[in-house]
Write a protein that binds this ligand. Structure first.
Ligand code: ATP
Ligand code: MG
Length: 424
């Protein structure tokens, strides 16, 4: 019998897990600088939440959800994204009764039944952020800059920020009518998928990758030329705040979100080194979402960043995260008595936060030293019967080769001196 992990899922193995830990640690740090707090919602929700919160006429809800009936006959869906759950939780726990705005972030796995390929998986991981209950354009800029700063913190500073406004319930419907008319006039040049989108979700046509569709889209009416005064003001102010932060952006009127509850700001951060799946993170305002899933008029804005894409982006640029695997000390033992004594020493060292290891396969000295090397031990010490009798052993710096004779009973003290120092 042989089992493989399900298609589209990945085992994240050491030493790669160190990169994940690093990314998570850095995320917690940076998000706390901006006063965002972590929220953890369930991995699954009732299906209806996503149908309403993401929208029936979307790829996710139409094709990509992992939906099943539980043993109680309820329809359950593995979360395909985080925003709907965060807003559900905000409403359910009456967080709106507390001081506002509320600034949350999350990190965790998401599930979408998509065609697996580079940068696209069925279980993938997002870190995302939501700022709820304020419509201040400064918050739009804060959210965008938070994402950019996070990426810069990992060494990614040449990514493109695409920015747009998708208007509001007042100015978008007349724009959508204009767009529909235009698309209907050019139906013959559109792909089948886009033809069917004209009535169902015409804004989605704008981000079709098909060549022939692109040539139609190029001259389509632009949302940015059709915003109402209040949306124009909001958009201008977002840009002003981004300018204050010296963040470069490209206005991209083709960047849209298909659903009614998305309003004003939409943005995507792209890495052109990534090929087809080049969006590292994207987001925008969703001032109509809380109304949709909870009958409450509450503005919100957020983004979600794909951690696998972030890692691919780092890889494409050959950026190494400063992660360190290995141990501070490897104790090479000779004989049973030394093994037992060393076992005690390990315990003392570990209790003082030294990363330490020894052999568990009864190997000879040579193989033990090889192990020490393989696990990147900074120091090694050989302990046998003689060393025990003389209370004396040689500790060796594996990088420099420097050696020092120490009293075995002083090992802990010696390690305290050594590990912060470069050389013996
Ligand atoms: P795409 O256009 O690549 O399908 P999307 O618009 O579906 O992305 P969002 O729903 O906004 O993406 O999700 C935010 C981020 O999550 C994306 O920018 C991407 O980095 C990541 N992401 C989305 N779907 C996947 C997936 N199937 N596998 C890996 N990462 C993903
Ligand atoms: Mg997608």
């Amino acid at each position: 019998m042989k089992f493989n992990a399900p298609r589209g899922t990945n085992d994240i193995l050491p030493p790669d897990t160190l990169k994940w830990q690093y990314i998570e640690k850095k995320t917690h740090q940076i998000f706390s600088n901006y006063n965002y707090q972590e929220i953890r919602t369930p991995i699954f929700e009732y299906t209806g939440l996503f149908q309403r919160g993401i929208g029936e006429v979307t790829d996710i809800v139409e094709k990509e959800m992992y939906t099943f009936e539980d043993k109680g006959g309820r329809s359950i869906t593995l979360r395909p994204e985080g925003t709907a759950s965060v807003i559900r939780s905000f409403l359910e726990n009456k967080i709106y009764g507390q001081a506002q705005p509320t600034k949350y972030y999350y990190i965790g796995p998401m599930f979408r039944y998509e065609r697996p390929q580079s940068g696209r998986f069925r279980q993938f991981h997002q870190l995302g952020v939501e700022a709820i209950a304020s419509n201040d354009p400064a918050l739009d800029a804060e959210i965008i800059s938070l994402g950019m700063r996070l990426l810069q913190g990992f060494g990614l500073d040449d990514l493109e920020l695409h920015l747009n406004s998708v208007g509001c319930a007042d100015c978008r419907p007349p724009y959508v009518d204009k767009l529909k008319n235009y698309l209907n006039e050019h139906q013959d040049q559109l792909c089948d998928n886009c033809k069917s989108r004209i009535d169902r979700n015409p804004l989605r046509v704008l981000d079709c990758k098909n060549k022939s569709c692109q040539s139609v889209i190029k001259d389509a009416p632009k949302i940015t030329d059709n915003l109402c005064d209040s949306c124009t003001d909001h958009f201008d102010e977002v840009q002003e705040y981004l300018d204050i932060l010296n963040l470069d952006y490209l206005i991209n009127p083709l960047l849209v979100r298909g659903l009614d509850y998305y309003t004003n700001t939409a943005f995507e951060i792209k890495d052109n080194a990534l090929g087809a799946q080049n969006t590292v993170f994207g987001g925008g305002r969703y001032n109509g979402l809380a109304e949709e899933i909870g009958n409450r008029d509450l503005p919100g804005i957020g983004f979600a960043l794909g951690i696998e894409r972030l890692l691919l982006s780092l890889e494409a640029k050959d950026i190494q995260l400063p992660v360190e695997s290995g141990v501070d000390l490897y104790i090479t033992v000779i004989g049973d008595k030394a093994k037992k004594e060393s076992f005690k020493l390990l315990d003392q060292l570990r209790n003082q936060d030294f990363r330490t290891e020894m052999d568990y396969l009864d190997r000879g000295v040579g193989s033990q030293m090889k192990s020490a090397d393989r696990m990147n031990a900074e120091y090694t010490i050989i302990i046998g019967e003689d060393e025990l009798n003389n209370n004396s052993a040689t500790i060796r710096n594996m990088k420099s080769g420097d050696e020092k004779e120490i009293q075995l009973s002083n090992l802990l003290e010696e390690m305290k001196k050594l590990v912060d120092k470069e050389d013996i």
